[in-house]
Design a protein around this ligand. Structure first.
Ligand code: NAD
Length: 371
């Protein structure tokens, strides 16, 4: 097991990464709960698979707890589900010394974290992510929130948890597409973190078994460590945290062009990374060769993504609309080489178009070859 310490100006807490971390969870709850009550929140699919076992363990340890199950799916990250959570917590007379625990993917940790941030002006909480995306990204960094009819994640708060338990034992039951979506973010970190993580990822892929937890665990650790380092330097996302958007400018536009619900976000990130690498090579041609190994990795990941036809111009238009609405100039996180990201702005539209076009052609070819 690996312990990563998140040290912020006003709050420090551990992130534990490993397999079968129930005893660590019990230990941390003991510290944070005392004689107070635990409010457990589960994603419904996770509750069906793991809920009763966890409740039994807690009851065996005389933890005074109650459970609430959230319907799985992005639609739960809504004002109406949040309202139900408030109603429940207030009816149960939660006090500020009680503790909230979210068990599930990014939907559960974002939603429940936000409920914890706002009910009674803030109650302590912990996160037990159960998706790969949750382990490497959503549960790390203290960003919580819900969606609004006008867009995703528009309502929220920074509310750091008291601990995060990244337990890989949940991953074998995750649907394959959700797993691949999480791998998309791992691939992003691999580009940002550099050659060491690149070769660990290669080694993991070579093993031919995506559920090789022994090889996956050090990768999850590196992702969490990388994000923690950035969060510690820039908790509220003013500059450095932007690097975490590597591949995302393209990915968001791709998701929007297809209509939400076709490609999962992490799948779109894989495509976005492919376009971002191509753009990086054009913007800094002298360094292009240093991105070859990483680009090959991105191609291997493209094989996991199901094919949807996409028109370059439609994706470009969606990228422009997004930026215009936000009143910002178009910025891209690019790589000089693995481990050396930089922010590029004011790029020629033709260069962006060419990179995207090449990426979409490659996507088609890879998917056709894959049948
Ligand atoms: P999710 O929470 O919707 O989970 C995906 C699916 O997997 C769901 O159907 C869920 O029921 C199921 N599931 C979860 N764990 C399982 C398990 N162990 N076994 C079987 N099924 C399981 O999706 P996600 O990809 O984890 O998270 C996406 C959300 O995370 C988005 O809303 C996104 O905005 C948010 N997010 C937040 C941050 C952040 O910094 N706060 C970062 C990235 C993403």
């Amino acid at each position: 097991m690996k312990r990563i310490n998140v040290r912020l100006a006003y709050h420090s807490y551990p992130i534990l990464v490993g397999t079968d971390l129930d005893s660590q969870l019990k230990g941390l709850l003991k510290i944070h709960l005392g004689s107070n009550r635990l409010f457990l929140f589960f994603d419904s699919a996770v509750y069906a698979l793991y809920g009763q076992k966890l409740e039994k363990t807690l009851a065996g340890n005389k933890v005074n707890h109650v459970s609430f199950v959230i319907p799985s799916g992005e639609t739960s990250k809504s004002h109406s589900t949040l309202q139900k959570i408030y109603d429940y917590l207030l009816t149960e007379k939660i006090s500020r010394t009680d503790f909230i625990l979210a068990v599930g993917g990014g939907v559960a940790t974002d939603l429940v974290g936000y409920a914890a941030a706002t009910v009674l002006r803030g109650v302590k909480w912990g996160a037990v992510p159960t998706t790969l995306l949750g382990l490497v990204d959503a549960a790390i960094g203290g960003k919580t929130g819900i969606n609004h009819a006008r867009g995703k994640n528009l309502i929220g708060a920074f509310w750091q948890p008291s601990f995060v338990i990244c337990d890989l034992k949940f991953l074998p039951t995750l649907p394959k597409r959700e797993f691949v979506a999480g791998l998309g973010e791992v691939l992003k970190y691999s580009g940002l973190a550099g050659p060491k993580m690149n070769s660990m990822l290669q080694d993991y892929l070579k093993s031919g078994n995506l559920l090789n937890l022994n090889k996956l665990q050090p990768l999850v650790q590196m992702c969490a460590e990388f994000k923690v380092k950035i969060v510690m330097a820039d908790e509220k996302e003013s500059d450095k945290r932007m690097f975490l958007n590597f591949g995302h400018t393209f990915a968001h536009a791709i998701e929007k062009t297809l209509g939400y619900g076709k490609l999962l976000h992490g799948e779109a990130v894989i495509l976005g990374l492919s376009a971002a690498v191509k753009l990086s090579k054009k913007v800094k041609p002298l360094f292009a060769a240093s991105l070859d190994i990483y680009e090959n990795q991105v191609i291997q990941f493209l094989e996991f993504v199901r094919y949807y036809p996409l028109q370059t111009e439609n994706v470009l238009n969606n990228m422009k609309i997004d930026k215009k609405r936000a009143g910002q100039i178009q910025k891209f996180v690019l790589l000089e080489r693995p481990g050396k990201p930089f922010i590029a702005s004011g790029l020629k539209q033709t260069t962006v178009r060419e990179s995207l076009k090449e990426c979409l052609t490659l996507y088609k070819e890879v998917c056709e070859n894959n049948g």
